[in-house]
Design a protein around this ligand. Structure first.
Ligand code: PRE
Length: 420
């Protein structure tokens, strides 16, 4: 676990080091103007990475850099062997003529093999070389979601959601895992807005059971607390329990684990944090209360984001997320939803967000009291893959009358058992 410290040499022959120092090991990524003002370097590295991902090594994972000599055993002369005995051994120095290479030899050479359509259909890299951005500091639920989505990945903390989006766009990380909705608190609107503002693709989803604890410095009693700090969603999810803590005010901070870190760093004996068991372990806090969420079924759904989309498939349950806008008028939203119902496509989520650039629409200025409507963006998740003709036809139909339509991603549904 570490803050964002890309140390890979860039194409211009020097190393970019964005991480401040070792002492800031847990400092999350914040994209500063100076960092975003180096697009040419980033572009160069992007090109390298695009090229390198064309090749696959024998381990089944795309290699970061393809070096023709790296996996190839040195070709040495096979001594004291008659040619007839060494038909399967590769000889470079052969006095009796050029070496003969059999297919068996080629297998042992471990040359990169060409990609097949099967490789392309595989989910994106889940290997240990993947860097995954999340919002928060170590111990945040988002970090656990990143680990569930990409086991053994290197989770990269980011200060804000926006920084996580940009980190993927700038090739500083490979993926981002960000919360989109919670079963108690509802939608995380900021991420809906950012999905539209950025050009990333949803490549997967992961659902995480959220188990909140009330944490404090060792030895502190519940009655001593005058303040409880946490992420606003976490505070809302524990409303019932927290309202029973007398004389305690609630304060929102960027993330749950950040709240725990804050108490620990400032030795605050009058402050508690709502955070995870892992946050308690990392920041040396004690668990005063366990499982304090209002409902034991507290689940947050996270999206996995990447620069490239996954290739939609039909052989396993897929979900597709879209965003669109409509003309104003009676029944237009009804017609939009009907394109799915007509094809028996199940909708799993619908969300509307005001259009920032066009928040008000004057519909009638003939009266004294001018009527104004809000204009909305509609976000819909439906249970079908873009490889499914029903989905293609539904979106073709929607496109006939939607002013704007974008597919945010078509990706495998999270069917895994719930775990915290
Ligand atoms: O603060 C964290 O630990 C987070 O990962 C953020 C977050 C959220 O944004 O909803 C994630 C899951 C929980 O629902 C509470 C907070």
């Amino acid at each position: 676990m570490q803050a964002l410290v890309p140390t890979k040499p860039m194409a211009l022959g020097f190393t970019l080091h964005f991480g401040p120092s070792l002492s800031a090991l847990f400092l999350p990524l914040s994209l500063t103007p100076s960092l975003s003002s180096i697009p040419h370097l980033v572009l160069l590295e992007s090109i390298i990475q695009v090229e390198s991902s064309i090749f696959k090594g024998s381990g089944g994972e795309p290699q970061k850099t393809w070096q023709p000599s790296s996996g190839v055993p040195k070709l040495t002369k096979v001594e004291q062997q008659k040619p007839s005995e060494s038909s399967s051994s590769l000889q470079t120095v052969n006095d009796s003529g050029p070496p003969r290479v059999s297919t068996k030899d080629l297998v042992s050479l471990q040359l990169p093999r060409p990609l097949s359509t099967m490789d392309l259909a595989l989910p994106p890299r889940h290997g240990s070389d993947l860097r995954v951005a999340y919002q928060g500091v170590p111990g945040a639920y988002s970090e656990a979601a990143a680990a569930k989505a990409y086991p053994q990945c290197e989770a990269v903390p980011c200060e804000q959601f926006d920084a996580a989006f940009q980190a993927v766009e700038l090739w500083l990380v490979d993926r981002a895992v960000l919360p989109i909705e919670n079963s108690l608190g509802g939608s995380i609107h900021r991420n809906y807005d950012l999905l539209l503002r950025h050009r990333l693709h949803i490549v997967g989803e992961v659902q995480l059971a959220i188990h909140h604890c009330l944490l404090a410095l060792p030895g502190v009693k519940k009655e001593q607390l005058r303040r409880v700090v946490s992420h606003p969603q976490a505070l809302a999810q524990c409303e019932h329990t927290l309202s029973k803590l007398e004389g305690c005010v609630r304060e929102a901070v960027d993330d749950t684990a950040g709240a725990a870190q804050f108490i620990s760093a400032h030795n605050l004996r009058d402050t508690g944090a709502v955070a995870s068991v892992r946050a308690a372990e990392i920041y040396g806090l004690e668990i005063l209360m366990d499982g304090i969420q209002d409902d034991c079924d507290n689940v947050t759904r996270f999206l996995m984001l990447a620069r490239e989309p996954v290739i939609p498939r039909n052989d396993r349950p897929f979900k597709t997320s879209i965003v669109f806008t409509l003309e104003e008028g009676p029944g237009v939203l009804f017609r939009a939803l009907a394109v799915f119902s007509l094809r028996n496509i199940n909708l799993t989520k619908i969300e509307s967000r005001p259009q920032r650039k066009r928040p008000l629409r004057i519909v009638d200025d003939s009266n004294n009291g001018t009527a104004k409507y809000f204009d909305y963006l509609f976000y819909i998740d439906f249970e079908a893959s873009m490889a499914d003709s029903r989905a293609q036809n539904a979106l073709g139909h929607l496109q006939e009358f939607a002013i704007f339509l974008r597919v945010l991603g078509s990706y495998p549904m999270d069917m895994s058992p719930m775990r915290a």
